[in-house]
Design a protein around this ligand. Structure first.
Ligand SMILES: Nc1ncnc2c1ncn2[C@@H]1O[C@H](COP(=O)(O)OP(=O)(O)O)[C@@H](O)[C@H]1O
Ligand SMILES: [Mg+2]
Length: 470
């Protein structure tokens, strides 16, 4: 099977699912990271606060002076840490420095008693996290004491790196799993679509039976329904074509059989009179064959799509007058009065002049053939909307057969001449090709036939004038 061209459904689905999924996962990872770091900071800050409060426990008042009562070994224990350096400072507003292991920045000024305040700064060149607590002195002592404890940030930073090192591979594993699941889901769904493709590829067009859609997923069914509608139309047009070919073959068979019989007779006939009689039958059959062939070709031309000739600006008045001159002799020969009623020129439409002549020729031919011997045939033309009418005063066409005579090969019972029933079908097709419709009516005088060609009727009840050249 050919490689499908155009946009790939699989790629479209993969991209439209995986890209948003990737963004969501990244946002999730970022959120988890921020949360974990926040909790880590809080735990370490609490520890700093606890240290500051233990230190504040050792503050004593001796003879009105504030002292920190703590031994060196206790300080060593207090400061012991595997990773970080610890500094502490106790100061009072009145006495200044009471105890310090390093020089601290000024504590924040808006401290509330026993409520810790945390801030980042640098001590001895180390970036540190500091807690500052204002301690309330007992016994109405009026001084303010501030305890500050600082810790370098090594533990905090290593925690952040560890979270990152854990989170990134975890996210990658989740992404890979999600990608695999998505790919699997898409592939198995597309397999259903492929089944439809395979069924269609194996479709046997002989019977033009509809494609059975029971196996197809619901989303694909409308697609199959469209195909089935198309197949239905094809089947219909195939049946019409078959009927047409059968009728055409039937029509060709009669003159061919005559041709054979009469030629054989002419060959056998020693009598010169009978010989030439047979030959005149041969000629008649040949004429009939030639007319039928011409008409079949005309029908093919009027149906051809795209048009065989270009549509050009045609002055219908001039074309009609010119064509009537060609029919004058035949009309006179049959003692018929062939007349024209309409403008001398200036009825313009876009059209194919050859086809338009064929259309008018067929209508005039019918009017003369099936009209009243010695009767009247009138061709009328009107502009805006362009209307071409051919009237005769013959026997007419019964209303219930007016639809049928427009179909190929249909003739009224007992029709004179050797026609094959194609003329009106050709005329109707040519009219349709020009956006015109052809109708069969009864002329105002009440007998005979009127064939009227005019622009198609629009849904608003008006005639469209697209055929007109502005
Ligand atoms: N002006 C007319 N008056 C009476 N009958 C007509 C007229 N035009 C057509 N018909 C009938 O319609 C039939 C079909 O006409 P057409 O398609 O031109 O085929 P054809 O002329 O070859 O028979 C004719 O055989 C005839 O019976
Ligand atoms: Mg005819």
């Amino acid at each position: 099977m050919d490689k499908p061209s155009g946009q790939s459904l699989r790629r479209h689905l993969l991209v439209s699912l995986l890209v948003p999924l990737l963004v969501v996962l990244m946002l999730g990872a970022l959120g988890a990271f921020v949360l974990a770091r926040g909790i880590g900071t809080e735990v370490h800050d609490n520890w700093l606060y606890d240290s500051a409060m233990s230190l504040s426990e050792q503050i004593k008042i001796q003879e009105g002076k504030i002292r920190l009562d703590i031994s060196n070994s206790a300080i060593q224990m207090f400061e012991w840490d595997k990773a970080d350096l610890i500094f502490e400072e106790v100061i009072s507003r009145k006495e200044g420095k009471i105890y310090r292991t390093a020089r601290f920045p000024e504590p924040p000024i808006d401290l509330t008693a026993n409520v810790p305040q945390f801030y980042d700064n640098v001590i001895n060149g180390h970036p540190v996290r500091i807690v500052a607590v204002l301690i309330e002195l007992p016994d109405g002592h009026s001084d303010d004491v501030v305890v500050q404890v600082a810790e370098t940030k090594l533990k905090r930073e290593s925690l952040t790196t560890r979270i990152l090192w854990l989170a990134v591979p975890l996210e990658l594993i989740i992404l890979a799993l999600a990608g695999f699941v998505t790919w699997f889901a898409i592939t198995s769904s597309l397999r259903l679509v492929n089944t439809v493709g395979e069924r269609l590829a194996n479709y046997a067009p002989d019977g033009l039976a509809p494609v059975e859609d029971g196996f197809a997923p619901a989303e694909i069914k409308p697609f199959i329904n469209s195909i089935n509608r198309l197949i239905g139309k094809l089947a219909e047009s195939q049946a019409t074509q078959r009927r047409f070919i059968a009728s055409a073959a039937h029509q060709l068979r009669t003159p061919l059989a005559t041709l054979q019989v009469q030629t054989e007779r002419a060959l056998r006939e020693p009598d010169p009179v009978r010989h030439s009689e047979a030959l005149s039958h041969v000629l008649a059959a040949l004429k009939r064959l030639s007319r039928l062939t011409k008409q079949l070709l005309a029908l093919a031309r009027s149906n051809a799509s795209p048009p065989m000739h270009e549509m050009v600006d045609v002055d219908l008045a001039e074309l009609v007058k010119d064509e009537l001159v060609r029919w004058a002799d035949k009309a006179i020969h049959l003692d018929m009065d062939l007349g024209y009623a309409g403008p001398e020129c200036g009825v313009h439409i876009r059209g194919d002049p050859l086809l338009l002549r064929e259309l008018l020729g067929n209508l005039v031919d019918n009017a003369i053939r099936y009209g009243r011997p010695g009767g009247q045939v009138t061709v009328s033309l009107a502009a805006a909307p362009v209307t071409l009418t051919v009237d005769d005063d013959g026997a007419g066409i019964p209303p219930d057969e007016r639809g049928l005579v427009l179909e190929p090969f249909y003739r009224l019972r007992g029709s004179a001449g050797d026609g094959s029933g194609l003329g009106l079908a050709i005329a109707r097709d040519i009219a349709a090709r020009h956006g015109l419709s052809l109708t069969i009516q009864t002329p105002p005088q009440g007998n005979g036939t009127r064939i009227q060609v005019e622009p198609d009727l629009l849904p608003n009840g008006r005639r469209q004038d697209t055929a007109l050249i502005p």
